[in-house]
Design a protein around this ligand. Structure first.
Ligand SMILES: [Zn+2]
Ligand SMILES: [Zn+2]
Length: 153
């Protein structure tokens, strides 16, 4: 891990106390969102802020995201690498389909791949007694999840 990454990870502004009531019982709700157990105030770490912004401003550039969220471009670059958010050639930011890498707006797969995955799952359930190994032949899924792109919390 290069030093930039290390600093970025250490400084993603995870809330430790409620901005509203100061209570320290903060519950992590996933995707960078946190909730105060006492008053219910929602808070976000840097990933949450960037993610929220991108949901409402699809195709925003890295600089724009940084300016509007107050999250440094170092952190955004780190998130781009780790969280499957992508900046395209023209600097728009998109999520990527895990299978074919097509730009998508949300979720894990593009529409076409989602259908494939769906029918595969049905097939898998139907064949689960005799063909358990079949799903492993679907190499692209494994490939798509390999390496640094996979985010493990
Ligand atoms: Zn609170
Ligand atoms: Zn796809």
């Amino acid at each position: 891990m290069i030093e930039d990454d290390f600093l970025a990870v250490k400084n993603t502004h995870i809330p430790h106390s409620c901005v509203n009531c100061g209570d320290e019982e903060i519950e992590y709700r996933g995707l960078g969102e946190y909730r105060c157990s006492k008053c219910g105030t929602l808070m976000y770490d840097d990933f949450g802020k960037v993610r929220n912004y991108l949901e409402e401003h699809r195709g925003a550039t890295q600089n724009e995201v940084s300016r509007e969220t107050g999250v440094s471009t170092d952190v955004i670059r780190h998130l781009l690498r780790e969280e499957r958010i992508e900046i395209t050639a023209n600097s728009g930011v998109y999520m990527q389909c895990e299978i074919c890498k097509a730009p998508i707006r949300s979720g894990r797969y593009c529409e076409a791949c989602a259908k494939k995955v769906d029918s595969m799952k049905k097939e898998e359930i139907a064949n689960s007694h005799s063909h358990k190994d079949k799903i492993q032949g679907y190499g692209k899924t494994t490939q798509g999840e390999s390496g640094a792109r996979r985010f493990v919390r």
